[in-house]
Design a protein around this ligand. Sequence first.
Ligand SMILES: [Cu+2]
Length: 314
Amino acid sequence: MKSCCSASRENFDDTKIHTDQHVFKTHITSEENMVYLDGGEFVMGTDDANGFPSDGEGPARKVAVSPFLIDKYVVTNEAFAKFINDTGYVTEAEQFGWSFVFYSFLTDEFLKSNPRTAQQTPWWVAVKGAIWKYPEGPGSGIEDRMDHPVVHVSWNDAKAFCEWSGKRLPTEAEWEYAARGGLDGKIYPWGDELIVDGKHQCNIWQGEFPTKNTKRNGYFGTCPVDNYEPNGYGLYNTAGNVWEWCEDWFDRNYHSNSVSDNPTGPATGQSKSIRGGSYLCHKSYCNRYRVAARSANTPDSSTGNTGFRCVIDV
Ligand SMILES: [Cu+2]
């Protein structure tokens, strides 16, 4: 896979302090801010050679999903704070003691004394003490970002939140069905043009990656979860802003022979699928904000540009 704007713990041999986590008493499930989707058949994936065929974006194939409810927005810092207050859950970034922060958020002085970066993606720096509530490390905070996506959450953390909230992560098929918003065969959740009538539709990198972000869309990092126009199903920011964890194991060769009725991905794997791209995606490097694009990360990895949204069976 052409390396992408996410980074994995797998190249770091680090010790994790295992924390005994109790089984969460499920919080009363709230269907507030969720949309009901009828499900049905849609065309999943793409054969577009301008994408990343080697990621397993294709073949374009008919897939059916059952009805479900899905969050209009990714999980916010505010919602995640409630979960932490209620359960005392300790995230994996806290157990490892660090997480990946994009270098531009850090000072030159800090970068000089913290040379540890991810090999394939040198713009990621492993920052001690970077966790969901200190997204750029100790001294940073989320007070002015309570309506932004929670980040530095691993797939395992997302699962714990789901357990507490009585929800679950979407399958990749459910995610793509919902993100397409009822449009068939389009590049983006809103159509085929990245910018519509001069208006930005999503929070991605503007300028030259990774050195220059002109912030022409108004944001350098994350943006509020309800920013930009929603797609045809009322979902916000399915393209850009943050990558979203899905339930499925990732396999770039899986889809060519997968089941077409509520596919749930391969039985095992090393990495979990992530979808939607992030504020670091740029067409010159990683245009994975396309609706058929996919990537993956290990279930214990966390970065400053990966979050999640939840679904409920109906
Ligand atoms: Cu990207």
